[in-house]
Design a protein around this ligand. Structure first.
Ligand code: NDP
Ligand code: 1BO
Ligand code: 1BO
Length: 319
């Protein structure tokens, strides 16, 4: 992490969660990181200074990520200084599968606890569901029952914090009504091309920390080539990637850019000790035609049989 001296006033290299635990402001994303992820995770931690790694059972690379974490610890990094997030996949979104799913994740990651365990998407999929799903493969999930199991993982010391991803304000309010342990983190798609203000404001109201995923617009809509982003980057003598990551930090979110390239992994955490001035921040905020990159359509929409016949239904018509 950046040293205090290298950081500007009011700048934070971590955020404090409701629980009192801290989350490092920049983490390494690992979706589609492939078989190189052991190497990427090790380099990120030991050479670039990352202390936060975001992964998920669904990414199919937890064993690789685990090897990278192990190599970093063998190189002298303490487990307690790392922040590791994983996620409960949709096929395990039933109360009696929560703990076995977490235990598999811990085994693959070679860890005895996670810092953060998230519900990956708030839709249950039948085992072996297709993409797009066939009739009967997308099911309602027992949000209260699953959350009680997530809470028991905290109580038993298997995870330090729990949270959600891809929630709407509607779903968040429902969860807040029944939760004994409120979600510490809500992880959502956020970048200048999709600011996602509604859920951001709702999280602020509840004191829930937000992590911005796909901060570069993911590989589908790489905003590093957006003219407004390039212009600000040139002006500040930074790279477009750094400007996008800094934009997320200045909004008050932690951020988890993914790269499988050593140089970019290093570049993406050089975001301390400088600022995007107000006027440029506003320019970035005014990028037009805001749209989600990850609509969830391929995963959860069946246009004929439903239960979700269009993506807007997944987002409770809040977009
Ligand atoms: P990102 O927005 O992080 O973008 C990744 C893409 O940008 C890759 O193609 C990468 O290519 C490229 N890239 C990385 N650094 C730079 C740079 N400095 N300049 C230009 N291009 C760059 O996308 P993700 O969708 O991967 O999101 C980040 C992470 O968020 C995921 O990896 C995952 O951990 C998490 N996530 C969580 C979701 C959820 O449902 N909870 C959903 C989606 C993501 P290359 O690797 O070749 O450098
Ligand atoms: C397949 C899930 C999207 C990335 O988290
Ligand atoms: C590949 C998963 C994308 C979700 O919309």
């Amino acid at each position: 992490m950046a040293s205090a001296q290298a950081m500007g006033q009011g700048e934070q290299d971590h955020f404090v969660l409701k629980s009192g635990h801290t989350i490092p402001a920049v983490g390494l994303g690992t979706w589609r990181a492939g078989s190189d992820s052991a190497h990427s995770v090790k380099i990120a931690i030991t050479e670039a200074g990352y202390r936060h790694v975001d992964t998920a059972a669904q990414y199919g690379i937890e064993k690789e990520v685990g090897k990278g974490l192990k190599a970093a610890m063998e190189a002298g990094i303490n487990r307690k200084d790392l922040f590791v997030t994983s996620k409960l996949w949709c096929t395990d979104l039933v109360p009696d599968k929560v703990r076995p799913a977490l235990q598999n994740t811990l085994k693959d990651l070679q860890l005895d606890y996670l810092d953060l365990y998230l519900i990956h998407w708030p839709f249950r999929l039948k085992d072996g569901a297709h993409m797009p799903p066939e009739a009967g493969e997308v099911l309602e999930f027992d949000m209260e029952g699953v959350w009680r199991e997530m809470e028991s993982l905290v109580k038993d010391g298997l995870v330090k914090d729990i949270g959600v991803c891809n929630y709407t304000v509607t779903k968040l309010n429902r969860l807040m009504r029944s939760a004994n342990v409120p979600p510490a983190v809500c992880q959502m798609e956020m970048h200048p091309g999709w600011k996602n203000d509604k859920i951001f404001e709702a999280c602020k109201k509840h004191g829930i920390h937000v992590t911005a995923y796909s901060p570069l617009g993911s590989s589908e809509k790489n905003l590093a080539h957006d003219p407004a982003v390039e212009k600000v980057a040139n002006k500040l003598n930074k790279t477009p990637g750094q400007v996008l990551i800094k934009w997320a930090l200045q909004r008050g979110t932690s951020v988890i850019p993914k790269s499988s390239k050593d140089e970019r992994i290093k570049e993406n955490i050089q975001v301390f000790g400088w600022e995007i001035p107000d006027e440029d921040f506003k320019v970035l905020c005014s990028i037009k035609d805001e749209k989600r990159v990850l609509t969830g359509e391929e995963l959860f929409v069946n246009k004929t049989h439903g239960p979700y016949k269009r993506a807007s239904e997944l987002w409770d018509h809040e977009d």
